[in-house]
Design a binder for this molecule. Structure first.
Ligand code: BEZ
Ligand code: FE
Length: 262
């Protein structure tokens, strides 16, 4: 590297090259395997588009996304843990009123999600934005089925008042496969891995003066909790789902989010 190379770039690149060479030496990589790897990366790039990011999916199924997230979001005890963001968030979802129903297609088992956004000392946070999104009862996000699902189905933003409380109705999410019709799906197949994620509700919780929280709550008992295709499960994020019968609402899932000051 040139003597004027940025110090961080030099550190990252020399480590990357050292580990790449170690990998080839350790496995005694054959010429054919090297060519296969180049072909795989080429196909991964070629399938990328404005709607599809196969390289992030590759990072997700290799556990790299969760590792980078863990390195960069060390939280003190009591704070809610981060997990993978995923490709299905959409900016500027409709702002809804507390208690509103985000499920616009009428499918699925209705669930009340409620809790508080708190600081580490237990005080409620006013003005926090709770941005939520989930798949529908068929296991697809609205953006995967334009023209089939209503726009903004199972999405919304909720702003907390002085009590820090949020509440909305959605559905008890269902497990679903990550997009597996491309090179990453083929790789999972060759490795004998399934493409499923355990059922979860996504949350992006932001508040002035606090670190951004990117997380999910998972449905306890899901068959894929111990084999999430993208390694996103953390035990602290498994939420209760209590059976209730209140009108047509079948479930209640309480969960508090605890944010860390900047
Ligand atoms: C998701 O949960 O939406 C997701 C995360 C990583 C890869 C694909 C989907
Ligand atoms: Fe998801």
């Amino acid at each position: 590297m040139g003597k004027d190379t940025d110090a961080r770039l030099a550190e990252v690149m020399s480590s990357l090259v050292r580990h790449l060479h170690d990998f080839a030496k350790e496995t005694q990589l054959t010429q054919a395997e090297w060519e296969y790897g180049i072909g795989f990366l080429t196909r991964t790039g070629q399938i990328c588009s404005a709607e599809r990011q196969e390289f992030i999916l590759l990072s997700d199924v290799l556990g790299m996304s969760m590792l980078v997230d863990a390195i960069n979001n060390r939280r003190p005890p009591g704070a809610t843990e981060n997990t993978v963001f995923g490709p299905f968030h959409v900016d500027d979802a409709p702002i809804r009123q507390m208690g509103d129903n985000i499920t616009l297609d009428g499918k699925g088992e209705s669930c009340l999600f409620e809790g508080r956004v708190l600081a580490l000392d237990g005080k409620p946070i006013e003005g926090a934005c709770v941005d939520v999104w989930s798949d529908n009862a068929d296991g697809f996000y609205d953006v995967q089925q334009p023209g089939i699902q209503p726009k903004w189905n199972n999405r919304g933003r909720f702003f907390t008042g002085a009590d820090g409380r949020y509440s909305f109705r959605g559905i008890k999410p269902v497990s679903y496969p990550i997009p597996d019709d491309g090179p990453v799906g083929q790789m999972l197949g060759h490795l004998g891995r399934h493409p499923y994620r355990p059922a979860h509700m996504h949350y992006l919780v932001t508040a002035p003066g606090y670190q951004k929280l990117v997380t999910h709550t998972f449905v306890g008992g899901d068959e894929y909790l111990s084999s999430d295709a993208v390694f996103g499960v953390k035990n602290t994020l498994i939420a209760p789902y209590e059976h209730v019968t209140n009108g047509d609402t079948l479930w209640r899932s309480p969960f508090d989010f605890v944010l860390v000051p900047i």
